[in-house]
Design a protein around this ligand. Structure first.
Ligand code: R5P
Length: 291
């Protein structure tokens, strides 16, 4: 089996291959003057089992297009089976029409990958696992174990893990089982037009504790910033912002720092200045067990 670290995930792809003890095949690529990408494998892929590693963080459309081009080229060039590790799966949050006549973008992305004959897709803590069921075989692995092990090294005092919305409750519960202490949550309502949110404390003892806000994605940072602020007001000592996918759009980093977060911790599904925890071990383990 050959691991192909693709342009968006060169470092992570190499780490995964090293940990899994697998050989890599390089991708060469360039941009034409008009902006289009041209990619090629550094060698023959005929009869090979290929695993492409390409995250689809911003610019999402470029990274997605590169992935589609590589999958299709590998199949056309005679690879025996082509799988893809896509640590951050773009468009996963658009899993239904939230307003009339909207696109259901994740369905379209999966259809495109399926039509290029991708055999398997492995992703990490995808936003809504149920949205993945129909088009393609998908394995959704979790980085919560790795984040939890890292948090344990910080010697948190009386930790409490907090979900900033109902959907993240499972993550907070899973994290609390690793770091110890209880879990709590906020309910959240987001205005679909403006993106503004309202948050309300629902449960969880915070007073005199170190609190962790855990979410799958930080984009604008508004969700986490409001949760951090609320937890401080409720009497938390220190508040840690933890997520899997740190999109950190625009001023999200500053917004969360200003809200009073002690530290921000994310994985490297998206390379960022807070990507302290690598998902390489869980991906390497998955490759070794699946193939
Ligand atoms: C929403 O359901 C997600 O789990 C995250 O809470 C959301 O994507 C965070 O977005 P933002 O950082 O823009 O508030």
């Amino acid at each position: 089996m050959l691991v192909v670290p693709a342009p968006a995930s060169l470092e992570l792809g190499s780490k995964v291959a090293n940990l899994a003890g697998l050989d890599t095949l390089e991708v060469k690529w360039k941009r034409f003057p008009d902006g289009e990408c041209c990619l090629s494998f550094a060698g023959e892929v005929r009869d090979q089992e290929l695993v492409l590693i390409q995250s689809t963080y911003p610019p999402q459309d470029t990274h997605l297009m590169q992935l589609l081009l590589l999958v299709d080229a590998a199949v056309t060039q005679g690879a025996r089976r082509v799988s893809a590790v896509v640590p951050y799966l773009a468009y996963a949050r658009q899993d239904k029409p939230f307003r009339p006549y909207e696109t259901v973008s994740i369905k379209t992305v999966l259809k495109l990958l399926a039509s290029c004959k991708l055999a398997n897709l492995i992703t990490v803590d995808v936003h809504e696992p149920e949205a993945l069921n129909n088009e393609i075989t998908v394995l959704n692995v979790s980085a919560i174990g790795l984040l939890g092990e890292y948090l344990k090294t910080l010697n948190l005092k009386k930790p409490v893990s907090f979900a900033p919305d109902k959907r993240a409750k499972g993550m907070a519960d899973a994290l609390s089982r690793i770091v110890g202490g209880p879990a709590g949550w906020f309910s959240k309502i987001r205005d679909k037009a403006s993106g503004e949110i309202q948050m309300q404390w629902e449960s969880g003892d915070v007073s005199d504790r170190d609190a962790i806000v855990i979410d799958d994605i930080i984009s604008s940072g508004k969700t986490t910033a409001q949760a951090v602020k609320a937890l401080k007001e409720l009497g938390a000592k220190r508040v840690y912002s933890v997520c899997v996918h740190a999109l950190l759009a625009n001023d999200a980093y500053d917004r969360i720092k200003k809200s009073g977060a002690t530290e921000m911790i994310a994985t490297d599904t998206i390379p960022s200045k807070v990507s302290t925890v690598s998902v390489a071990p869980v991906l390497a383990k998955t490759l070794k067990s699946q193939f």
